[in-house]
Write a protein of this length. Sequence first.
Length: 589
Amino acid sequence: MSLGKLRRKLARHLGLRKEGLDDRADEVRELAKRAIAVAAAPVSPADAMATMLAGLGEEDTAAKQLVYLVTISRVLPETLAATDLVDVSGFSRATIAEYVRHAFNEPAVTSAGGRPRTRDGIVKKTVVVRELHASGEIHFHVAVVLHSARTFLPVKRSLRGTYKLATHWSTSHTQWWSALRYCIFPSVTKPEVDEEPFQWASDGKEFDLHAESQRPWTATMWKRRREAAEQSAAATGGASKRTRFAKLDLTAHILDKGLKSRADVLKYSQDHGNESMQNFVHNHQRQLKDFIQDAEEWGNARAEAKADRETDWDLVCRTAASDCPHGLSCSYRKAAEMLFGVNAATLSKENLAASLRAVILTGPSKTTRTPLIIGPTNTGKTTLILPFDNLFGSRRVFHKPALGSKFALRNIMKEKRFLLWDDYRPVDYGQETIEVPTFLSLFNGMPFEVQVSQSFNDGNIDFEWRRGAVLTAKEKDLWKPYGVVSDEDITHIQGRVEVFRCTAKVPTLKDTVPCPCCMCHWILDGAQAFDAKQALNALAPSRMAPFEFELLSLGAVHVGEVSAAEWQSLQSWAVLRQFEQRRLLAALR
């Protein structure tokens, strides 16, 4: 390469015009000479290892991290002869990985004490690469991520004492992607990497090394990178490689600054945005509402992906097990207790909870009817089930469509997790909004066609609902036929719902704050009580009385905590006849 071509490449690398270094040709020539001299100078194995370790940084013995980058180098001949260290040149990657895992699980404990040995493996993932210095000397790099943070000194002592390995622990890599990227990506100082890295995971599954070595996106990080690029461009007097302001840059600003509306974005751009941001925002001003919505979806993607891997009923159980954020002053808990109390004659908490559990687990079907809570105004119908909006997120709940809407069910296809139709009147909606055949298919778990605009679709879209649902309605004239909805249609509609009645008016519910924690608690508690009642009803009361006495004497407080084997070990079990035992076991399943 000629010196002129070298100057042009350096100028472009620095963000200058291609002739930007022509007036400094002598300096570039001297710099090239020094670089060639350094590259041509012989480097001893000791110097090469010292240079590499210097690049990895000093060991921070006080560090307590989830991620470590460990370096194991070949021992120099003179050191090998003077110590008990072993030569690692013949070790395999798998052997190194096994030694590191064992050292974490069985760390060396000094006379001063130390961390107790872990019974379960603490290493979550590890990757081992085998590399060569220019002189042919062998060394290993090990990227390790743990299940919980640990200090490394006991592990380093264990590797030294048990396996005679000298190790260097880099604590500058605090993220898994960073340590992994060092191992598998080439760089200027490490142009060649191991083509056969060894990987191990505690769950036994193979993972994508390239995907896991990518820096996770964060709004703050992305915004800072762009700002740094602009500052670098200003310092060098040239154009930045990232001068074009793109939609992802705007997303980073929206999330980092918490911009919620078009006005927020416009004001922030005018007050704090650079010229490229202002141009982008002005040119896309009509699209800002969509950009804000896209940014919200982008920011929530990780949390929503995690939530989607959890079943709806698992979410109910997990929420029920959490502490109520309102404590003893929870207005929803007090309202729910009052509603079930004043409506005890017509509304069973256990039956409603069991019905909700069934439809959340499997979705509506011929055997799983959708709960419909009916009653006069101000009886708390909506109050009981409104926290489903908080539980699943209002955006993931399909609410009642507008009466007369031509595309009433269009939004049901937008990744909804729950259906909540408050004050829904099936006869009124059956006239033109949600026709009776569509209602029957929707709440029977059967496929049906969702009517959509033909401007953007070729025909309607097939769909079936397999998630939870609950309806409320005013009781007066609810089942009165008129128009195109006949008595027979109403009979079919009634066959798709399970009716629960609220009769007592409670006018003091206006200020009730929805609490998903307390709602899930009464649903889970009520469903368990329903199961217990089914077991107790399997036999005549006179036959169950001895069991009740014996269980209470053993300290049991709930039928659900007694397993089938424990039932069969009770003295009262032997008194039951064969088919009584069979019925009781069937009820316990």
